[in-house]
Design a protein around this ligand. Structure first.
Ligand code: PLP
Length: 400
C-alpha cells in the first residue's frame, strides 16, 4: 500500500513463522497436516516455573519494572553467566528484554548506520538478515558448506571483512543446522577478530542447553577473553525451559551498548512482562534437572529422524549436535518430476510438493541462506516423526 514506509520494502515476514501459519491454516481447514515447522519445544513450562508466576501475581508483581529488568532477574542473569559460562558481569552489563529477538533487534537498531555490514554465516536464523536490512545495514551472508559442518572458518571470516563490517553474528547450537562450534573453532575466529578491533560479535546462545552426545558448550566471550568487551551474548529462557510464549530473553555485553539498547527499550516496550520476569528468575535459579531429561528426549527424536532420512532416496543429512532441527539436503531430488509433471527446481519447490502431496509442513532452506536444503523441527513426538518420515519417503519415491 502507498501509506507504508519505504523501509517496509526491505523486510520480509519471518519465513519460518509464515510456514507455521500456512500449516495451521491448512489443518484448520480440515486437511491432515503433520507440522514440522515449530521453532519451539513441545513440552509444557515446568510446574515450579508456572508456580513462581502465580506467586508473583498473588504478590502484586503486576506493574512496570525497571526498563532492563527487575533486580531479582538481573541477579539471576549475572548468576547464570558466572555459574554456567565462567563470565563475570556487572549489573550495567546485563539486561532482560521481550525475548532474545527483541534484544537482537535493539542491538542492531542501536548500532547500524546505513551501509554498515553484518557478517552472517549461513545457514542462519531467518531474522538476522531481515533485521539488518530493516536498519539500513547490509547483510553479508557467508555460505558455510555441509562439508564444513555448516560452520564458518577463519579464512572465510577474514575474506568477508571490509572497512564497513560492524558485526559478526554467531549462533551455536545453530538454527537450522544444529551445528555447534567448539572452543578451538571460536578461538580461530577470535584470532581473526583480534586484528580488527572495530568489529562487534553477537553470539546467539539461545540453544545453549539443547546439546547432545556429551558436547561441551562454548561461547565467544569465554573462549576469547580478549574479545569480552565487544561481544554481545544473547540468551533466553524460551528454548531451555520451554517458555517461548513467556517472552523473556537476556543479553550481556559492553555497558555502553547495553545502555543504548535500554534507551530503545524504554521508548518501545518499557520493560518485559513483570510476571514473566518472575517466572524467568525461577527458571534460572531453580532446579535444572528437567533440562537434561528433555535433552535426552530430543536426542532420541534426533536419532529417529536422522536414521529415517538416511534411508530416503535423494535426501542426505548430518546428525545435529544441538538444537531441535535437522537440515537435510534435497540436492538429489532437484531436476526430478512430480507425478503431476512439475519439475522440482528448488528447495521451495520440494517443500511445496511435500505439503501438497503428503501434508508434511517443513521450512524451505532458501530463507536460511543455504540451498537446496530444508528444515525439519523434531520438537514433536516420536510417533509424529515416524508418520512424517513415512510420508516424506512416499513423496521422494514418487519423484521421477
Ligand atoms: N535466536 C534464534 C537462533 C532462534 O531460533 C530464536 C527462536 O526461534 C530466537 C533467537 C528467538 O528467541 P526468543 O523466543 O527468546 O525471542
Amino acid at each position: 500500500s502507498s501509506y507504508l514506509a519505504t523501509r517496509m520494502k526491505t523486510v520480509a515476514p519471518s519465513a519460518s513463522g509464515a510456514a507455521a501459519q500456512r500449516a495451521r491454516a491448512l489443518a484448520a481447514a480440515g486437511r491432515d497436516i503433520i507440522n514440522l515447522t515449530a521453532g519451539e519445544p513441545d513440552f509444557d513450562t515446568p510446574a515450579h516455573i508456572q508456580q513462581a508466576a502465580n506467586d508473583a501475581i498473588a504478590r502484586g508483581e503486576t506493574r512496570y519494572t525497571n526498563v532492563d529488568g527487575t533486580d531479582a532477574l538481573k541477579r539471576a542473569i549475572i548468576g547464570k553467566f558466572a555459574r554456567e559460562n565462567g563470565l563475570d558481569y556487572s549489573p550495567a552489563e546485563v539486561m532482560a528484554g521481550t525475548g532474545a529477538k527483541q534484544l537482537i533487534f535493539n542491538a542492531f537498531l542501536a548500532t547500524l548506520d546505513v551501509g554498515d555490514e553484518v557478517i552472517i554465516p549461513a545457514p542462519c536464523w531467518v531474522s538476522y538478515p531481515e533485521m539488518v536490512k530493516l536498519m539500513g545495514g547490509t547483510p553479508v551472508v557467508v555460505p558455510c558448506s555441509e562439508n564444513a559442518g555448516f560452520k564458518l572458518d577463519a579464512e572465510q571470516l577474514a575474506a568477508a571483512i571490509t572497512p564497513r563490517t560492524k558485526w559478526l553474528t554467531l549462533n551455536t547450537p545453530n538454527n537450522p543446522s544444529g551445528s555447534v562450534y567448539s572452543e578451538a573453532e571460536l578461538q580461530a575466529l577470535g584470532r581473526v577478530l583480534q586484528d580488527h578491533p572495530g568489529i562487534l560479535v553477537m553470539t546467539d546462545d539461545i540453544y545453549e542447553h539443547i546439546l547432545f552426545d556429551g558436547g561441551r558448550f562454548s561461547t565467544m566471550a569465554a573462549a576469547v577473553p580478549a574479545l569480552r568487551d565487544r561481544v554481545l551474548t544473547i540468551n533466553g529462557v524460551s528454548k531451555a525451559y520451554s517458555m517461548t510464549g513467556w517472552r523473556i530473553g537476556y543479553a550481556a555485553g559492553p555497558a555502553d551498548l547495553i545502555r543504548a539498547m535500554k534507551t530503545l527499550q524504554s521508548q518501545s516496550t518499557s520493560c518485559a512482562s513483570a510476571v514473566s520476569q518472575a517466572a524467568a528468575v525461577e527458571a534460572l535459579n531453580g532446579p535444572q534437572d528437567l533440562v537434561a531429561k528433555r535433552n535426552a528426549e530430543f536426542r532420541d527424536r534426533r536419532d529417529l529422524i536422522v536414521g529415517e532420512l538416511a534411508t530416503i532416496p535423494g535426501l542426505s543429512c548430518l546428525s545435529p549436535q544441538g538444537a531441535f532441527y535437522v537440515y537435510p539436503s534435497c540436492a538429489g531430488l532437484i531436476g526430478k518430476r512430480t507425478p503431476e509433471g512439475t519439475v522440482i527446481r528448488t528447495d521451495e519447490d520440494f517443500v511445496a510438493y511435500l505439503l501438497e502431496s503428503q501434508g508434511v509442513a517443513v521450512v524451505a532452506g532458501s530463507p536460511y541462506g543455504l540451498s537446496p536444503y530444508f528444515r525439519i523441527s523434531f520438537a514433536v513426538s516420536e510417533e509424529t516423526l515416524r508418520k512424517a518420515a513415512a510420508r516424506i519417503r512416499t513423496a521422494c519415491e514418487s519423484l521421477q
